[in-house]
Write a protein that binds this ligand. Structure first.
Ligand code: NAD
Length: 469
């Protein structure tokens, strides 16, 4: 299958035919049961890790070409979390794949009940560009661990990382088991016309809806990892210095191109000035620049222009400068922002941080509730009542108290959104579950039969049933 990214209409038609044939070969391989032995799955996971480790230099080069991401960031935010997911799956897979005994009810005596994790079949994984390896390959770990075959479609907006994943995987894995298809909207549209047993999508809520619609005719199981406007709340009794340090570091990592970053800050009015001074001090301390590797560039001109257009020069408290040639936008703080401002109408996905002040915590929660349910939310506070209220009253996919973005690194926590920010979750055991069907089995003994449930109904049977239940 050609690896070119742009295709003519005729090429798209033949691409579609090839995709269909590819899916047929994957389904055939899946039904051969070859993907199901735990030993096979573990071998594939180890092979994937080794392949990535052996080619780290190429992976670094590609991500530098796409985002000018440093080797340090590539290791810490892409490859090490991925290796850790692989190691964790390898270590636990046998346990996860073993049928789980559960209690049987008296109605079914004598019997055993258990749950069998069954792979779904042929899976499609569609990736986003901002953490191109992490986002594309951590779901693949789940798909392999659960015993599926997979087709991966990375984002065309990060062409070098898409190409290197295609080259490495397509050379080293048989296409009837694991295959990378490259392409943009026309190719993804052609792929989505096909029937899959699982679709795992990471991207925007807008495209998430397209994916859901494409899955509907086939009733395909879908996981959507989307985005939204993530709030970070600072209360007046927070540990300001450490809180600001953690929020700033989470906000400007990857130049703010993170789905779980703090999209905007809600700060209690009594600490607003101190908060802003501390934010600026922290930005200066973290020494953000592309040249020293502490920053990345914005992915493309379209996104650069979009983010620049959200900077209202009247509201710039700090920063606001940008360099078009290198797609660099300085970490920028906006103050006196209102919920009606342009910057509050969409997910920013860049190094611009609007700050909104509030008086009471009810006011802060009401602002959050004006928007769709966010993917993440952060509370910086030492007030236990507010902490409880935050968990009880604010709906969001995942989050942290007195930290930001680090919940992503704990594979014991399911990672996913809620409502407009997504459906389903993954990481660790949750990735295995995400690509499995929990098949329920009641296994009945034959040495005795209780005749209560069978016709013909009698008064005696009725009396016993009433007594028992
Ligand atoms: P996107 O939705 O534009 O693209 C994601 C994928 O969908 C790409 O592979 C792209 O080729 C494909 N696509 C785009 N338009 C399509 C269409 N019309 N039909 C079919 N396929 C299409 O998102 P993006 O710009 O790559 O990423 C940014 C968004 O992703 C943000 O909203 C961000 O919050 C979200 N995101 C979420 C997570 C998460 O884990 N929840 C992680 C990273 C990014």
């Amino acid at each position: 299958m050609p690896n070119t990214i742009k295709k003519t209409d005729t090429e798209i038609t033949s691409f579609e035919t090839e995709v269909k044939a590819l899916i047929d070969t994957q389904r055939k391989f899946f039904y051969s049961n070859a993907t199901k032995p735990v030993s096979f799955r573990i071998a594939q996971l180890k092979k994937l890790k080794q392949l990535l480790k052996d080619n780290e230099a190429q992976l670094h080069k590609a991500i530098y070409a796409d985002l000018r991401k440093s080797e340090f960031d590539n290791l810490t935010t892409e490859l090490l979390p991925l290796y850790s997911e692989i190691d964790y799956a390898v270590k636990n897979l046998k346990k996860w794949a073993t049928p789980k005994r559960v209690k049987t009810t008296i109605l079914n005596f004598p019997s055993k009940s258990y749950i069998v994790a069954e792979p779904l079949g042929v899976s499609l994984i569609i990736g986003a560009w901002n953490f191109p390896y992490n986002i594309a390959l951590i779901p693949i770990v789940g798909a392999i661990a659960a015993g599926n075959t997979s087709i991966l479609k990375p984002s065309e907006m990060a062409p070098a990382t898409s190409a290197i994943m295609a080259e490495l995987i397509n050379k080293n894995f048989p296409s009837n088991y694991l295959k990378v298809l490259q392409g943009g909207i026309p190719e993804t549209t052609a792929i989505l016309k096909q029937r899959f047993d699982k679709i795992f999508f990471t991207g925007s809520p807008q495209v998430g809806k397209i994916v859901n619609q494409a899955a509907a005719p086939h009733l395909t199981n879908v996981t959507l990892e989307l985005g939204g406007k993530n709030p970070a709340i600072f209360t007046k009794d927070c540990s300001l210095n450490i809180g600001v340090k953690r929020m700033v570091s989470g906000k400007f990592l990857n130049a703010g191109q993170i789905c779980i970053t703090s999209d905007y800050v809600l700060v209690q009015k009594d600490i607003k000035e101190k908060f802003l001074t501390q934010v600026v001090a922290e930005i200066k301390k973290q020494n953000y620049s592309i040249e020293n590797g502490n920053f990345v560039e914005l992915i493309n001109d379209k996104n650069f222009d979009r983010i620049v257009s959200l900077i209202d020069s009247q509201k710039v408290y700090y920063g606001g400068n940008y360099i078009k040639e290198t797609r660099f936008i300085e970490p920028t703080i906006l103050t006196n922002v209102s919920v009606d401002d342009a910057v509050m109408q969409e997910e920013i996905f860049g190094p611009v941080l609007p700050v909104i002040e509030y008086d009471t915590i009810d006011e802060a929660f009401a602002i959050i509730q004006k928007f769709e349910k966010p993917l993440s939310a952060y509370l910086f506070s030492n007030n236990s009542t507010i902490k409880k209220r935050f968990l009880n009253e604010v709906s969001f996919g995942n989050g942290a108290i007195n930290d930001s973005i680090m919940q992503f690194t704990n594979h014991n926590l399911p990672f996913g959104g809620v409502g407009n920010s997504g459906t389903g979750s993954y990481h660790g055991k949750f990735s295995f579950d995400c690509f499995s069907h929990a098949k329920s089995i009641l296994s009945k003994s034959t040495w005795i039969e209780a005749n209560l449930k069978y016709y013909e109904h009698t008064d005696t049977k009725m009396k016993i049933i009433k007594k028992l239940f």
